[in-house]
Ligand binder design. Structure first.
Ligand code: ADP
Ligand code: MG
Length: 731
């Protein structure tokens, strides 16, 4: 074992699990230890400030500065007792991840010393420089003001010595520069629209909340091996690497026993997450080797998104303590499953009715059918936009390959719901419908009790599947901020519900129809309208792609062109009418999307070019010299041309093959550089992104193919980059 690669492999093999000291007590006792939750608000705030704050959280009323001052005082007292010395606004700019700028609690005391201070104003508002964050041209350096403003609906928390305050981030002129501001507006839109419709069925409803339960998938890679892969380090994915002879074909990783080093990492991560109030529930191995999942119990959407962002920032740091790197990229390895982040989504009233779940009575079921149909209506009308909302340079690699939903938005409903909708669509009288709940199935296995079988099966290929009491938006990528998908989904459904209400009211008020009759009339019409979205078959098949195109669903696959859907008149109208975003904000956001897209491809192209010139071609050439040396020596040692021919033909063939591949790579790298130069001259960001997609990105795949062929030819000892079998099977 000589090469550096073997050394890191050997070291990775020898690593033992890092056992962590668990906090005392049960998880329920240390849960939310570092969160200023309701219990701490009650303890640290004067009663009237506590009441005002609860009102702000529950009803969205604004806080006065004097109440904010009282709240800040209480928070500071708690934070200092917990050892915090700094605070920061914590926000979600349009980059990946979160942003923070720490300020100490100190002020001059006027006597030459310092005092700890934290005012209501600092809690409520800060002013980070908006021109340094992606803003799509909304802010330039000469007009840099941007504000972060506290979101009381998401509790503050402590990390290390810092009090973290979740905030929205907006420009001086009021445009959103983040994900949270439009998410909150979309939640308000769906609350308004869904409350109005829910009142047909439950008149005492005051509010409708959106629920989100995300499932975070990720890969772990030993950090020594990771460090030896510049592509992973710089782009988050492997740009080359021949498939391991064994990968996921035995289906032996999914739900398999969790390797001990990983189990320790998971325990550590969960403890840290629980202490920060993230209600972790599920952990398991995923389908691909070294792939895992963590899912909490679902929560109110805005809070759930913050918790996901927080978890994604904890994961890499906890992973490093265990000698791992955590990969959140959607497709770190070709040929095996990628990582997604299923978004389980549903609506609940303040009276406790889960609007997407069937009820006990036929009346409940009319409510259920209404919310299902109008959800599908929003998704159908804006299926291209919903695809744009989950699309990114990284997720594009995952969609449509290896157990990931295809780049076409359709919805799986299952046989029972499909039949029910058909019955409603074909009904002629105004009648109510019953629905069977879970049913018991007796198994003929000794000692095993009766099982309760759900009324829907599962379909892993569907991007937007109904799963019994919620929809599961599966197309969302593992590295994404869930808000992007949810802003589009919430707004589309809010619009559909608003239209539904208007049409039903028209039938009641102008045609004199009964409420039941009006609702059924509109539902019958809408069930027919949404039929093209409904697909229970195999989403991976080629036949579906053709069928989807015939049905008029959006089948575009080019990432920069998919982003265009945000600027369709129908999308702009929807966002403006629902008061979520205006035309100007949408245009600015698209500039950021195109820019992020081309920059990612640009970085990948540079990294691959360097790897080819510094690793692949030199290593292959060195091995070629070894072979040539062997051929030369044989020629010297044997005089019979037949013997020479017999003894050298294998190596000569390899020499030729190496030449073929290195030639191709060298030429393609040159061409790719040239295409990049040309693309960089294009001034329109959209056009530049398209050029990167059409003219630069294809080289990545072509070059990779030849690199991977060389990996198979070159002597193992000489190959410098850790191979898939090492990256994926050492833990
Ligand atoms: P899966 O089998 O798809 O992994 P789980 O049962 O583990 O699904 O649940 C996945 C997520 O869905 C969890 O976060 C769970 O809390 C959430 N969830 C369950 N019911 C609902 C609901 N009605 N609305 C939103 N999320 C839900
Ligand atoms: Mg799921």
């Amino acid at each position: 074992m000589t090469s550096l690669r073997f050394k890191v492999v050997e070291e990775a093999f020898k690593k033992r699990p890092v056992s962590i000291q668990a906090p005392e007590g049960r998880p329920s006792e240390y849960f939310a230890r570092y969160v200023f939750n309701q219990e701490k608000m009650f303890k640290y705030l004067p009663l009237d400030s506590y009441r005002e704050l609860r009102k702000a959280i529950e009803q969205g009323t604004p806080l006065t500065l004097s109440v904010a001052d009282e709240v800040a005082k209480g928070m500071k007292r708690w934070a200092m007792e917990m050892g915090a010395t700094h605070c920061t606004h914590w926000f979600q700019p349009l980059t990946e991840g979160t942003a923070e700028k720490h300020d100490a609690f100190v002020e001059h005391d006027g006597k030459g010393g310092m005092i700890e201070n934290f005012s209501g104003k600092e809690l409520v508002q800060q002013e980070p420089d908006a021109s340094s964050f992606p803003n799509g041209g909304i802010r330039s350096t000469f007009e840099a003001r941007g504000y972060s403003a506290w979101d009381p609906a998401s509790p503050v928390f402590i990390i290390g010595d810092t009090l973290m305050i979740p905030t929205v981030f907006i420009s001086y002129t009021g445009e959103a520069l983040d994900y949270k501001a439009p998410l909150k507006k979309s939640l308000a839109a769906i609350d308004r629209a869904a409350t109005a419709v829910a009142r047909y069925f439950c008149p005492d409803v005051q509010r409708v909340n959106t629920n989100l339960g995300w499932e975070q998938e990720y890969f772990l890679v030993d950090e020594g091996l990771y460090a030896a892969r510049p592509d992973l380090l710089l782009t988050g994915r492997t740009l080359m690497g021949h498939e391991s002879s064994k990968n996921q074909q035995m289906d032996d990783h999914y739900f398999g026993a969790i390797p001990e080093r990983v189990a320790e990492f998971m325990r550590d991560l969960e403890i840290r997450a629980l202490e920060l109030g993230i209600p972790c529930k599920t952990r398991h191995n995923e389908v691909a080797p070294n792939q895992f999942e963590l899912a909490p119990i679902f929560e109110e959407c805005n809070l759930a998104v913050d918790h996901n962002m927080l978890l994604m920032s904890l994961m890499p740091s906890v992973a490093r303590k265990h000698g791992f790197r955590c990969l959140l990229h959607e497709k770190p390895f070709a040929g095996i499953n990628g990582s997604g982040k299923h978004n389980n989504w549903s609506l609940t009233t303040d009276t406790g009715v889960l609007l997407h779940a069937p009820g006990k009575t036929p009346e409940d079921n009319l409510r259920f059918i209404t919310f299902i149909v109008e959800t599908l209506m929003g998704v159908y009308r804006h299926n291209g936009l919903l695809k744009a909302s989950i699309m990114s340079a990284t997720n594009a690699h995952r969609l449509g390959g290896c157990e990931a939903p295809p780049a076409i938005i359709s919805s799986f409903l299952g046989s029972q719901l499909s039949e029910l909708l058909e019955r409603v669509a074909n009904s002629t009288k105004d009648e109510l419908f019953t629905l069977e709940g879970k049913h018991g199935v007796r198994l003929d296995i000794p000692q095993i009790p009766e099982l309760m079988i759900d009324n829907t099966d599962r379909n892993r290929t569907s991007p937007f599947a109904f799963t019994g009491n919620r929809f599961e938006f599966r197309a969302v990528g593992s590295s994404a901020n869930c808000s992007s998908a949810l802003i589009a989904l919430n707004t589309a459904v809010a619009e559909a519900l608003t239209d539904f209400k208007e049409r039903v009211d028209t039938l009641i008020n102008e045609k004199g129809e009964s409420q039941l009759s009006a609702i059924l009339d509109i539902l019958r019409e809408d069930i027919r309208t949404i039929a093209p979205l409904h697909f229970d078959g195999n989403g991976y098949s080629d036949a579906w792609r053709e069928e989807a195109a015939r049905r008029g669903l959006d089948c575009e696959t080019s990432c920069p062109l998919i982003f265009d859907r945000y600027l369709d008149e129908a999308s702009i109208k929807m966002f403006e009418r629902m008061h979520v975003m205006n035309r100007h904000e949408l245009a600015a956001r698209n500039e950021i999307k195109w820019e992020t897209y081309f920059k990612k491809v640009q970085i990948e192209a540079r990294v691959l070019g360097d790897l080819c010139l510094n690793h692949i071609i030199p290593v292959a050439t060195r091995y070629q010299s070894v072979l040539a040396d062997n051929v030369h020596k044989i020629r010297c040692a044997f005089s019979s041309p037949e013997r020479v021919e017999a003894l050298t033909s294998y190596n000569i063939n390899l020499i030729e093959q190496i030449n073929f591949h290195t030639d191709f790579i060298a030429k393609a790298v040159d061409e790719m550089v040239e295409q990049r130069k040309q693309a960089n001259r294009i001034t329109s960001i959209r056009e530049r992104a398209i050029a990167y997609h059409d003219l630069v990105a294809p080289y990545l795949e072509q070059i990779r193919y030849h690199c991977d062929e060389l990996e198979l030819i070159v002597e193992d000892d000489m190959w410098t980059l850790p191979k898939y079998r090492e990256l994926l099977f050492i833990r």
